[in-house]
Design a protein around this ligand. Structure first.
Ligand SMILES: Nc1ncnc2c1ncn2[C@@H]1O[C@H](COP(=O)(O)OP(=O)(O)OP(=O)(O)O)[C@@H](O)[C@H]1O
Ligand SMILES: [Mg+2]
Length: 315
């Protein structure tokens, strides 16, 4: 991904983000990343996600419809909100799908200009100060996002872990959630409606691993709610094969293991119950079973994989 400066935004009070290259970049308040897509080196994650047939097509089409036709559709009595919700347990690929979707959509929109991915930090809005987070959330939807969208042809906004921002008011108790949380959620709802009115072509992707905690009125505004689940054995087989193929890309001695379907099935059965992240980690852990392999990963064997899976499923 290519980072860009948030030109002219958040002077003074914009928070400064330490960039990996050591350059400090300033983003508007609540924004932790601005990326210009498509970026060449960024197709991998979307392709590597194994999801039920039709899932990626629906996700991509939902985003493209809003990016391309959002302005026209806003004239309908029930136009899209441009809101996509990805919900499911930890490690089931929500963030990977959300970021991959931005890149996949950017590729399709590229002939008409770049797509900007804006990452919002839902934890950046302090809820302990009465009225403060409500104002910050309103500012995000009313000023920050429309200003960013105004100078860019296409924009996708990602709010990872949205439950931090839009707590379900009906279940938020007044002793655990200050009144301000309710106000922040109301501000999110008002913000969603106003963003849609001002920028009907902006796509907002939000993720949560606790859909029960996300406000019903927010979910009601979603054009698509996609629930990610723990992978079944067949999906785990695919994740194991994909992980080994990636390793074989670095160390070609691993190619025979990457092609051994029977081994993948055996390992996958043992991995049943793990989330996708932990399956990938189990494969990787085979490289850290012995110092020789850590130093020369091409030496890894089927037994190292079996042993790594035993470790992964033991905890
Ligand atoms: N169905 C899947 N197919 C392929 N890879 C998967 C799948 N599910 C998870 N993964 C892998 O697991 C890792 C973690 O995924 P990701 O971070 O997107 O999960 P998440 O749902 O956002 O988790 P969290 O709720 O903890 O933030 C990624 O490397 C991803 O590629
Ligand atoms: Mg995530």
């Amino acid at each position: 991904m290519t980072n860009e400066h948030a030109h002219g935004h958040g002077h003074g009070h914009g928070h400064t983000h330490p960039h990996s290259e050591g350059i400090r970049r300033s983003y508007p308040p609540g924004v932790i990343g601005i990326h210009t897509l498509p970026a060449d080196h960024h197709d991998g994650p979307w392709d590597s996600m194994i999801v039920p047939a039709g899932t990626k097509e629906r996700l991509l089409s939902t985003a493209l419809l809003v990016l391309r036709q959002g302005r026209l559709l806003s004239n309908l009595s029930g136009g899209p909100h441009g809101l996509i919700v990805l919900a499911g347990p930890p490690g089931t690929g929500k963030t990977t799908l959300a970021q991959g979707l931005a890149q996949a959509a950017a590729l399709r929109m590229a002939p008409r200009g770049a797509t900007t991915l804006v990452e919002v930090d839902p934890h950046a809005f302090p809820s302990e100060l009465l009225g403060e987070s409500q104002r910050a959330v309103s500012k995000l939807f009313l000023d920050t996002l429309p200003e960013l969208a105004a100078r860019r042809p296409h924009m996708v906004v990602l709010i990872d872990e949205v439950e931090a921002l839009a707590v379900r008011r009906s279940s938020a108790s007044f002793d655990t959630n200050p009144v301000d949380v309710h106000r922040a959620t109301d501000a999110v709802l008002a913000g969603l409606d106003q963003l849609r009115a001002r920028c009907p072509h902006v796509v907002l992707v939000v993720t949560t691993n606790f859909i029960e905690a996300v406000d019903e009125a927010v979910l009601s505004r979603a054009d698509l709610v996609l629930k990610t689940t723990l992978p079944d054995v067949e999906t785990i087989v695919g994740i194991i094969r994909g992980s080994l193929e990636e390793l074989a890309g670095q160390w070609q001695e691993i190619l025979p293991l990457a092609a051994d379907h029977e081994l993948h099935v055996e390992l996958a059965k043992a991995c049943d119950g793990l989330d996708g992240r932990r399956v990938r980690k189990a494969v990787l852990a085979a490289l850290s079973g012995r110092p020789e392999i850590a130093l020369s990963p091409g030496l890894v064997t089927a037994d190292d994989l079996r042993e790594a899976v035993r470790w992964a499923t033991f905890a």
